[in-house]
Write a protein that binds this ligand. Structure first.
Ligand code: SF4
Length: 405
C-alpha cells in the first residue's frame, strides 16, 4: 500500500473510524496507540470495553476524525449482547473500520466480519495486531492478497504501525466523502443560462429568497453562468424570450407539476430540493427509496425523520402535509411516527420507509451517514423533496439531469 496521502478531507468532514474485532484482539491498546492517549481501559481480561469509547483526533494532513473503540463482537451472555448492540450502532454509522485481530490472525470470526463489512459496504483495513508476538501468517497474507484486502501489522507494545494506519485511512475512505459536492454547477457551462422558478406566495418569506435559492444563484454567478429568476406565471414568456434554451431549469417543488408542462422535454429540469438531496445525501439511494411508496401495505409504519427539534406549524410539511399526501397516494392505512434528533431509534427495522427532512441543519457527511445506516439495515429511505416529486409523478423528469453525473 502506498504511503502517500494525496489530499485532505473536504471542509466539514469528520471521518468516523471504528475499531472492531474479537475480544482481547488489542483494540483498546491500538486505540490508545492511534490517539496517543490512555483513554480506553486496557486489560488482559477479554471483554473489558462496554460502551464504545470515542476520541476526536486531528489526523494530519487528513483533518479531524473520531476514533471509536468498540466492545468485542464475539461477546457472550446478556451483558455481552448489550455490548454487541452498542458496537453495531457504531458500525452502522462508521465511515471506515479497522478490523483488529491478534496473533491468531484471520479466524472464522474475522472471515465472518469481513463478509459483514463487505455486505455493509464499509471500507476497512485489517490490522494484524500484536506483531511483537507473531508475524502475519503466510496464509493470511495470501488471503488478503487474493481478496484484495488492505492490511497492515501493528503493535502497541513496540509502538509500531500507527503512522502507516493513519496514512492508509485516507486511501480507503469512501469517495463521496473525499469530494467537495457542487450544487448545480456541473449541470451548466460558463456563459449558459440557469433559469430558476420561484413562486412568491403566502408561504414565501417576506422580502427575501430562501437559502437554497440564494445558494444556487450565487453558485451560478461564481461559475460565470447567467442566472434568471422568474415566477411560475412568467416561465413561458421567459423561455420564449431566450434565443438559446437554458442549460437547466430549476423549480421550487411546489410548482414542479405545472413547470413540467411548460418546459420542453429536451430542456433539463429539476427542483431545488432534488439539488439539495444530492448536495446533502446520496440522491440515487433517496430516489430508489421513494419507490417504496408504491409497495406500501395496510398497517405499515413510516418514520418521518427530522434531524433537529423545532417548533412545528399547523400545516407542517413533515408532520401534516406529506403524511397526508402519502396516505392519499398509497390509499393504505398507514401509521406515521415523527422522530427528531441525532440517532435513529433501535427499532428502525419496524419501519417500511424512512422519509427524511431536508437536513438543513446537517452537513453532507452526517446526512450520508444517516442514509447509509438505513441502507445497511435494509430500510428504504427517501427525503421530503424526492418523495413529493415521486407522488407528483415527476421524479424521472427531475432526476434526468443527474444521469451519468
Ligand atoms: S429540514 Fe432543517 S429545520 Fe427541518 S427538521 Fe430538518 S434539519 Fe431541522
Amino acid at each position: 500500500m502506498s504511503t502517500m496521502i494525496a489530499n485532505s478531507a473536504p471542509r466539514g468532514v469528520r471521518y468516523q473510524i471504528a475499531l472492531i474485532g474479537r475480544r482481547n484482539a488489542g483494540k483498546s491498546s491500538l486505540f490508545n496507540l492511534l490517539t496517543g492517549q490512555d483513554i480506553a481501559i486496557v486489560s488482559d481480561t477479554a471483554g473489558t470495553t462496554t460502551d464504545a469509547i470515542s476520541k476526536p483526533y486531528e489526523l494530519l494532513p487528513l483533518g479531524p476524525v473520531t476514533f471509536y473503540d468498540t466492545a468485542g463482537l464475539d461477546d457472550e451472555g446478556e451483558l455481552g449482547l448489550q455490548r454487541i448492540k452498542a458496537s453495531l450502532k457504531i458500525l452502522y454509522r462508521a465511515d471506515i473500520c479497522l478490523l483488529v485481530t491478534d496473533e491468531q490472525g484471520l479466524t472464522a470470526k474475522e472471515l465472518q466480519l469481513i463478509e459483514e463489512l463487505q455486505q455493509l459496504k464499509i471500507p476497512f483495513l485489517i490490522i494484524f495486531n500484536k506483531a511483537d508476538i507473531s508475524d502475519i501468517k503466510n496464509k493470511d497474507i495470501d488471503y488478503c492478497q487474493q481478496h484484495q484486502l488492505a492490511y497492515l501489522a501493528a503493535s502497541s507494545t513496540l509502538n509500531m504501525g500507527a503512522d502507516q494506519i493513519k496514512q492508509a485511512i485516507y486511501e480507503i475512505a469512501p469517495a463521496e466523502l473525499k469530494q467537495e459536492q457542487v450544487l448545480a454547477s456541473d449541470l451548466y457551462q460558463a456563459g449558459e443560462t440557469v433559469l430558476c422558478v420561484v413562486p412568491i406566495d403566502m408561504s414565501a418569506p417576506k422580502g427575501r429568497l430562501i437559502l437554497p435559492q440564494v445558494q444556487v444563484l450565487r453558485e451560478a454567478l461564481d461559475h460565470d453562468a447567467m442566472a434568471i429568476v422568474v415566477k411560475e406565471s412568467q416561465l413561458a414568456q421567459a423561455l420564449a424570450q431566450l434565443n438559446t434554451p437554458p442549460a437547466i431549469v430549476i423549480a421550487d417543488s411546489q410548482v414542479i407539476k405545472q413547470v413540467t408542462q411548460v418546459v420542453p422535454e429536451n430542456v433539463p429540469l429539476t427542483t431545488f430540493s432534488t439539488l439539495f438531496a444530492r448536495f446533502k445525501g446520496d440522491l440515487a439511494i433517496l430516489a430508489q427509496g421513494a419507490d417504496a411508496l408504491d409497495n406500501l401495505q395496510d398497517g405499515d409504519k413510516i418514520m418521518m425523520a427530522e434531524a433537529c427539534s423545532h417548533h412545528s406549524q399547523e400545516d407542517d410539511i413533515g408532520r401534516v402535509k406529506l403524511p397526508n399526501m402519502i396516505k392519499h397516494y398509497s390509499q393504505k392505512q398507514l401509521t406515521f411516527d415523527i422522530k427528531a434528533g441525532h440517532d435513529f431509534p433501535d427499532n428502525l427495522a419496524d419501519y417500511a420507509l424512512v422519509v427524511h427532512c431536508g437536513s438543513c441543519m446537517l452537513n453532507r457527511t452526517e446526512m450520508i451517514r444517516r442514509v447509509r445506516e438505513c441502507e445497511r439495515r435494509n430500510i428504504p429511505v427517501t427525503n421530503y423533496g424526492v418523495a413529493i416529486s415521486k407522488i407528483q409523478g415527476v421524479l424521472p423528469r427531475v432526476m434526468q439531469p443527474f444521469i451519468g453525473k
